[in-house]
Design a protein around this ligand. Structure first.
Ligand SMILES: NC(=O)c1ccc[n+]([C@@H]2O[C@H](COP(=O)([O-])OP(=O)(O)OC[C@H]3O[C@@H](n4cnc5c(N)ncnc54)[C@H](OP(=O)(O)O)[C@@H]3O)[C@@H](O)[C@H]2O)c1
Length: 249
């Protein structure tokens, strides 16, 4: 059985690839950095004796997203993990519009396209969309990133509900991590304000949730607690807290 993972060149996606290989799944790995994909391909094949295909693509370019779906579909994956994404951290008036638009294409549009096309074309299986704890919070200085993850989370929840009615053989799950030590902070050009969990720990929780068909996985007790309490905190206070945290980045 094939599992398809976007953003498999580093961080959470790469660790998920290793864990699924341990489960004896064959892999379809995507990302832009071909050298990293080739290194991971060789290492996984040698250690776990599973098939690994690499399918490089830039998900901020729509034509490449459609092409990727076409290539991946030929392998009939039963697991699709929309993990690729990045963040922009700055005051909204100062951040680059081009970078933000590229982020929205990657975090939202490509995930939307792949979720729709795979939800249609797969006969059974699971789609795991990587959101974030930021999905639950309006986040000054990270406004568009947090809003992109709110999209991913609410979109996945709603479609998962729909699928139970119209195509129960497919589940659309989400993963909502808090801070994770990956290349994410470097790409965003910041240092994390809060200590992160390892990408391996995050991936373990993601894969456990995926295999169990858990609707929403939130790695770490403190993040589960945060998720619970933010419902009761007035938005004005939440905004002030999250702005302070972003200022520390
Ligand atoms: N780290 C955190 O604290 C954290 C917390 C919550 C949620 N997340 C989410 O977790 C996911 C994985 O991030 P990570 O933390 O593992 O960071 P990461 O190590 O920087 O990994 C990001 C992955 O996304 C891929 N990617 C980025 N832009 C792309 C594009 N235009 N086209 C194709 N692939 C692209 C990168 O591959 P290439 O560079 O090779 O293209 C890389 O494999 C993201 O969706 C992120 O928003 C992270």
């Amino acid at each position: 059985m094939y599992a398809f993972i976007t953003g498999a060149t580093s961080g959470i996606g790469k660790e998920i690839a290793y864990l699924l290989a341990q489960e004896k799944m064959d892999l379809l790995l995507s990302g832009r950095r071909v050298a990293q994909l080739e290194e991971i391909q060789a290492d996984i094949q040698q250690r776990f004796f599973v098939k690994v295909q690499i399918l490089p693509a830039d998900l901020s370019v729509r034509s490449e997203v459609y092409e990727l779906h076409k290539l991946v579909s030929a392998f009939q994956p039963e697991i699709v993990i929309n993990n690729a994404g990045f963040g922009v951290v700055d005051h909204f008036i100062d951040s680059s519009l081009d970078t933000e638009l590229s982020m929205l294409e990657t975090n939202i549009v490509s995930l939307h396209i792949l979720t729709k096309l795979f939800a249609r074309s797969m006969t059974k299986g699971k789609i795991l969309n990587v959101a974030s704890m930021a999905a639950f919070l309006p986040t000054p200085k990270m406004a568009s990133y947090a809003a992109s993850k709110s999209y991913v989370y609410h979109f996945s929840e709603a479609i998962n509900y729909e699928m139970k009615k119209v195509k129960p053989s497919i589940q659309v799950l989400s993963l909502c991590p808090g801070p994770v030590d990956t290349g994410f902070a470097q790409v965003a050009g910041v240092h994390m304000a809060l200590p992160g969990i390892s990408a391996k720990k995050c991936a373990k929780i993601a894969v456990k949730g995926l295999l169990k068909g858990k609707r929403v996985s939130i790695p770490g007790f403190s993040m589960k607690l945060t998720r619970f309490f933010v419902r009761f905190i007035p938005t004005r206070l939440l905004l002030a807290i999250s702005y302070r945290l972003q200022q520390k980045k």
